[in-house]
Design a protein around this ligand. Structure first.
Ligand code: CA
Ligand code: CA
Ligand code: CA
Length: 466
């Protein structure tokens, strides 16, 4: 039994007399600070990995100021609930702590994440301590952080349309039929796939809940371009049952591009001149235009300084073409050394308007002759019809040739007992392989002659009986 102090009674009286709004000090409490903690989960549909905010109400129900108050949380069962550094604000354990005047109340929104999935919900104790707290029974509050129940599924459905009339809405007849629709995400056992119907509609009846389900289309008819749809949050609330996904026409419809180099042959270090022609064949002005050249940084492309593109530079993205306008650029770039190992220097650019890089490509190349290399490969035929090379499928004693695009013969070789053949000391570049006699080379018959150290190694060439 606690002794009721005169001081506590005094506070009680004052409280009732003055305002009646402060929490009355229990008549049983000792004099001194007394923090009381009440935690409440902020309502929401939470999935494993989500941030779950909890409102922690801290009140000093004592008659003396509470100082150095510090908060902490502890997962008593279920998946671990982790809060980031600083989540407790001025109640942070690493700091000096906070003060509460008698009767003062503050609410702290503490937001952490429950780590793994599974069937269990985290049960978490929130606690705030102050030195000398007269009644420790009310300093903790335990809450269950409820996730959307394990095994919940959601319906995801919508329509893919090509916005032919440009009104930004699915209009009659704009549905795109026969496109593949794919959905896969965290927490799902495997990817889901369906196909749009004759009106462009699609449906996944039971998608397992997922904080981030990747969503994309393929095999879209007539080259319509689908947007980047990003990940969907599928949480069982039915938020994605009427998706309207707008596809747009590719830039290639209206933005034509071509390129050429000023010479057929170059040496390393030469400055090559390139001519690029862009044409707007459409009826609308094109804006935000730019070119992205040597997109993969292969080291085989002409080194063109971006400033030469003016408004069409990838840094500016400010090119404009009026309807029907044809624009010709002449730019120059150095032939890099690496090109001499491959025998080719390239000009390769994609064309774009803003973030849409679906314009025509610019492609041109020149020869960089000089280096030579051996090229070794193997002839084989798919005896067991499994589509791949297997031991014993080599084809011996076949004569083969390498020739240029325009049919000029550059090398001749004959396969040995194991199907191997070597074209010796061939000038670097790309050639066509042909086989003579009863065997015909099929599939990709390009042979790349590349000088060390960049060689691709031995190649395999499939042949069939004529
Ligand atoms: Ca207390
Ligand atoms: Ca429309
Ligand atoms: Ca085979």
């Amino acid at each position: 039994m606690r002794r009721t102090s005169l001081r506590a009674l005094g506070v009680l009286t004052t409280t009732f007399t003055l305002a009646g709004v402060l929490t009355a000090t229990p008549a049983s409490a000792e004099p001194g600070p007394n923090l009381k903690v009440t935690a409440t989960v902020v309502q929401g549909r939470y999935l494993p990995g989500d941030e779950i905010p909890v409102d922690v109400v801290v009140t000093n129900v004592g008659d003396t100021a509470a100082t150095e108050a510090k908060g902490s949380n502890y997962t008593t069962s279920g998946p671990y609930y982790a809060v980031p550094r600083g989540a407790w604000g001025d109640l942070d354990n690493a700091g000096p702590g906070a003060s509460f005047a008698p009767g003062e109340t503050r609410t702290y929104r503490v937001a952490g994440k429950s780590m793994s999935g599974g069937r269990e919900n985290p049960v978490v104790q929130f606690e705030v301590r102050t030195p000398g707290d007269v009644d420790y029974r009310d300093n903790t509050s335990i809450v269950t952080l409820e996730h959307v129940p394990f095994g919940t599924t959601d319906r995801v459905a919508g329509q893919l349309y090509g916005d032919t009339n440009g009104d930004g809405l699915p209009s009659p007849g704009e549905g795109l039929a026969g496109a593949g629709v794919h959905l896969s995400g965290v927490g799902m056992t495997g990817p889901l796939a369906t196909t749009t119907d004759s009106t462009g509609r699609f449906e996944f009846a039971a998608v397992p809940v997922s904080p981030n389900a990747g969503f994309y289309f393929d095999n879209v008819p007539d080259n319509w371009v689908t947007p980047y749809t990003g990940g969907l949050r599928v949480d069982g609330s039915g938020a994605h049952t009427a998706l309207a996904v707008k596809a747009t026409r590719p830039l290639t419809d209206v933005l034509k591009a071509s390129g050429s180099l000023d010479k057929a042959n170059y040496a390393v270090g030469d400055i090559a001149k390139a001519k690029i022609v862009l044409t707007n064949t459409g009826a609308r002005e094109l804006t935000g235009l730019w070119l992205g050249c040597d997109p993969v940084g292969s080291g085989l492309h002409l080194e063109i300084d971006d400033t030469q593109w003016g408004d069409f530079s990838p840094l500016k993205r400010a090119g404009v073409l009026a309807p029907g306008q044809r624009l010709e650029f002449t730019v120059s770039g150095k032939v890099p050394e690496k090109a001499s190992y491959f025998g080719r220097v390239f000009l390769g650019c994609y064309t774009a308007s803003g973030d849409d890089s679906s314009g025509s490509h610019v492609e041109a190349s020149g020869k960089v002759p000089g280096k030579r290399a051996d090229s070794r490969g193997r002839l084989w035929t798919d005896k067991n019809g499994n589509g791949q090379w297997d031991s014993g499928e080599q084809v011996p004693n076949v004569n083969a040739t390498l020739s240029t695009d325009d049919g000029k013969l550059v090398s001749l070789a004959r396969s040995d007992a194991d199907g191997w053949l070597t074209f010796p000391n061939v000038g670097v570049g790309v050639y066509r392989l042909r086989t003579l006699g009863p065997w015909q080379a099929v599939d990709d018959t390009d042979v790349y002659i590349v000088a060390p150290p960049y060689g691709f190694g031995d190649w395999y060439q499939r042949v069939v009986r004529r």
